[in-house]
Design a protein around this ligand. Structure first.
Ligand code: ADP
Ligand code: GN1
Ligand code: MG
Length: 378
């Protein structure tokens, strides 16, 4: 879906009075490059000194039960904080998101038009990267996601709510693609025959991870499920993975979903929407750094079957997201934000090119995993 216009400052000032902020809102500007929510950096003044927050208008079409979603996020962030404080971690307030409640104590605010907003403390002196530039960044980002998963292994309070049911059910994503193709709501099917044929040729891949789960070979864990590398903030000074963000999809899932999506976003030598497909190649050095970082972050929590499927997980997640972009193109761009015509088609082509590159290098990537595992167990 195309981006909406930016609300006037007066709207942020009014919202700022409903959230329990520590000052008056003086500025607000669109922030980041997420595909789902509308995100703003909001500055307040406290006796003239600036303090920043993130305001997000939650995509209520996609996340239909916002109170349940925010309940998940409160449970996850409270547990992260408790664990960080218990281990005496430095800088704990930057290492997990802090939800700013409303003055009446709710973790969200509804505006006059019924839209849902939340506020977080701004994590300062750290950035997210749409394209990872160095193996050190890849290692740190993957370590942070691995640690996130390890920290949540003993989350109390029972199973988290599924904020998007079947989010990584890849066979279901494939069925949705076929349904969109049959409906051809935007009249675009005839122009994407090459992409349709590619998507169909890889259908067997869709079952790989869900079959492992169904067979009881890999455990369900609390996972992030959207481990795109711009969902982790890296410290400006040290480069360390400081804070995992975008917690909307934290729910029961597989470790392999999380590792796979890091491979999808961290190995690509090009941006996700690069149209020069010659530039879209999976970088082995980045893959090695991701594997090292993730295995270090998870500690010894992964089982042998999980370790044996790290390489294919990258292929499955790249295929899944490629299918989702193609499906959205066929449906007329109803899900992901787009900034130009055919943006979702460009993204789908890009992901399918990356999948080809991952497949071509699978044997080499497996040797990298074997080396990492040998080092870890030595
Ligand atoms: P989306 O679901 O749309 O991807 P995100 O939650 O990932 O939304 O936020 C979009 C971007 O906003 C992030 O990539 C990051 O750059 C920035 N961001 C989000 N939360 C914070 C925060 N608490 N502090 C600083 N920057 C943030
Ligand atoms: C979306 O929210 P963002 O931009 O981090 C999407 C992911 C996709 C990704 C593709 C809730 O992530 O699943 O992998 O775009 N998030 C949701 O770039 O659908
Ligand atoms: Mg995001």
């Amino acid at each position: 879906m195309a981006s909406k216009s930016v609300p006037p400052l007066a709207e942020f000032v009014a919202l700022g009075r409903v959230f329990a902020l520590h000052g008056e809102v003086v500025a607000a500007a669109p922030h980041g490059s997420g595909h789902i929510n509308d995100t703003y950096a909001v500055t307040v003044s406290q006796a003239g000194a600036p303090l920043r927050y993130i305001f997000q208008r939650i995509n209520h079409t996609i996340f239909q039960d916002v109170p349940a979603l925010m309940e998940n996020i409160l449970r996850v962030t409270a547990h992260q904080q408790a664990r960080l404080l218990a281990t005496g971690a430095e800088d704990a307030s930057r290492r997990a998101l802090t939800v700013i409640p409303s003055r009446s104590g709710e973790p969200y605010v509804r505006d006059a038009q019924g839209r849902w907003w939340r506020a977080y403390l701004f994590v300062e002196k750290a950035l997210t990267y749409d394209k990872i530039e160095s193996p050190a960044q890849a290692r740190e980002a993957a370590r942070a996601f691995g640690e996130f998963q390890r920290l949540l292994a003993d989350l109390p309070g029972g199973r988290l709510r599924e904020t998007i049911p079947g989010f990584h059910d890849t066979p279901r994503r494939y069925a949705a693609f076929e349904a969109a193709l049959a409906a051809d709501a935007a009249g675009r099917a005839a122009s994407v025959a090459v992409e349709i044929e590619f998507a169909r040729s890889r259908q067997p891949l869709s079952r790989t991870l869900t079959d492992l789960l169904a067979a009881g070979l890999v455990p369900e864990r609390v996972t992030h499920n959207d481990t795109k590398l711009n969902n982790v903030m890296l410290d400006d000074a040290t480069g360390a993975g400081v804070c995992v963000i975008d917690l909307d999809t934290v729910m029961p899932g597989l470790s392999l979903y999380d590792f796979g999506d890091m491979v999808r976003t961290g190995t690509n030598a090009a941006l996700e929407d690069e149209t020069d497909l010659a530039k879209v190649v999976a970088r082995p050095g980045m893959f090695a750094a991701l594997a090292e970082g993730f295995l270090a972050g998870c500690g010894d929590s992964l089982n042998d079957v999980e370790r044996a499927h790290l390489v294919v997980a990258g292929q499955v997640m790249t295929y899944e997201v490629g299918l989702r972009f193609l499906t959205d193109h066929l449906q007329g761009d109803v899900y992901f934000k787009i900034k130009r015509p055919d943006h979702n088609l460009d993204r789908a082509r890009n992901q399918f090119a990356l999948l080809r590159s991952l497949e071509a290098q699978a044997a080499g990537f497996q040797r990298i995993v074997d080396t990492c595992s040998a080092v870890a167990t030595a």
